[in-house]
Unconditional design. Structure first.
Length: 296
């Protein structure tokens, strides 16, 4: 049983006449009769009482058997859902409907994406944007678990089953208060960095994992004085001279009483926008990816 057969039967049930139903379907009446007969044979029941009818203004009016009445109800519901599905998919194809679900690291969610999200929303006002912000490990987990369709992750987190584009390359800098002893340095080594009291993100953030791995490789102690995932609180701690930290360069704004000093040698972080190639992204997600790639 297929959609074509359901359309034919629904038309017959609605019109009550092979002649009128065939005219509505724009097919020959014998073809309709054969189609209904094949449907009955497939289901193993009689759907139409061909010998029980009364005369109406538009010709013979058929009656349905109990099985025919039941199928007619299902056919109307199924055809309605098919019509809704066609309209939904067409609207998605025209980007007048759909949802973009994206997971992003906290720093990008606060400093890189806001203006771009607003610009994308302005271009595609009918699309819904769902942003999930957390650590890089959260973004990776949500993408793996299909809780989001796309995610911004580090180059180190790329996996063989991901498709991706390099979104941006951002320098990691040391953030220190303006009165801190390191404030006048043009570059800060990892050894100098780990001599200081630090404020860091909690576990689950790439920055923390990377810094701790560097300290381990250099066999250095790490003095974490504060832990928080609130970027503004981290900046306040740094600005008041209680500790220093490492962040993406974009986080330190001109109005902040904080110096952003490169590591020596410089350290850069590659951030990719990625999705699972085994689960193709929709047109809304693809439009968002292309928008970001064209508006770096």
């Amino acid at each position: 049983m297929d959609i074509k057969q359901l359309r034919q039967f629904e038309a017959l049930a609605s019109k009550g006449s092979f002649t009128l139903a065939a005219k509505q379907l724009n097919i020959a009446q014998p073809a309709l009769s054969q189609g209904i007969k094949r449907l009955e044979e497939f289901l193993g029941v009689t759907l139409v009482n061909r010998n029980k009818h009364y005369r109406g203004q538009d010709g013979s009016r058929l009656t349905l058997t109990a099985e025919g009445e039941a199928l007619a109800q299902h056919a109307r519901l199924i055809l309605k859902q098919v019509k809704q599905a066609e309209a939904h998919i067409k609207s998605m194809a025209n980007l007048t409907k759909g949802e973009v679900r994206i997971a992003v690291p906290g720093m990008l969610g606060s400093y890189y994406l806001p203006s771009r999200l607003m610009a994308f929303r302005h271009r595609y006002p009918d699309l819904k944007l769902s942003l999930f912000e957390g650590g890089t490990r959260d973004s990776l987990r949500m993408l793996q678990n299909e809780e989001v369709d796309i995610a911004i992750i580090t180059g180190q987190d790329l996996q063989p089953n991901f498709d991706s584009h390099l979104l941006l390359r951002e320098q990691m800098v040391v953030a220190v208060g303006e009165d801190h002893p390191l404030a006048e340095h043009s570059g800060i080594t990892l050894e100098q960095f780990f001599e200081q009291e630090l404020v860091m993100f909690k576990p689950g953030y790439f920055h923390r994992e990377w810094m701790l791995s560097q300290a381990k490789a250099l066999d250095l102690e790490v003095n974490i004085a504060f832990e928080t995932n609130l970027i503004n609180l981290i900046k306040q701690v740094v600005a008041q001279g209680f500790a220093i930290t490492s962040v993406l360069e974009m986080v330190i704004e001109a109005r902040d009483p904080i110096r952003a000093i490169p590591f020596s040698p410089a350290v850069h972080l590659d951030l990719h926008i990625a999705w699972n190639r085994e689960r193709p992204i929709g047109l809304a997600d693809r439009a968002f990816v292309e928008f970001l790639m064209n508006n770096p």
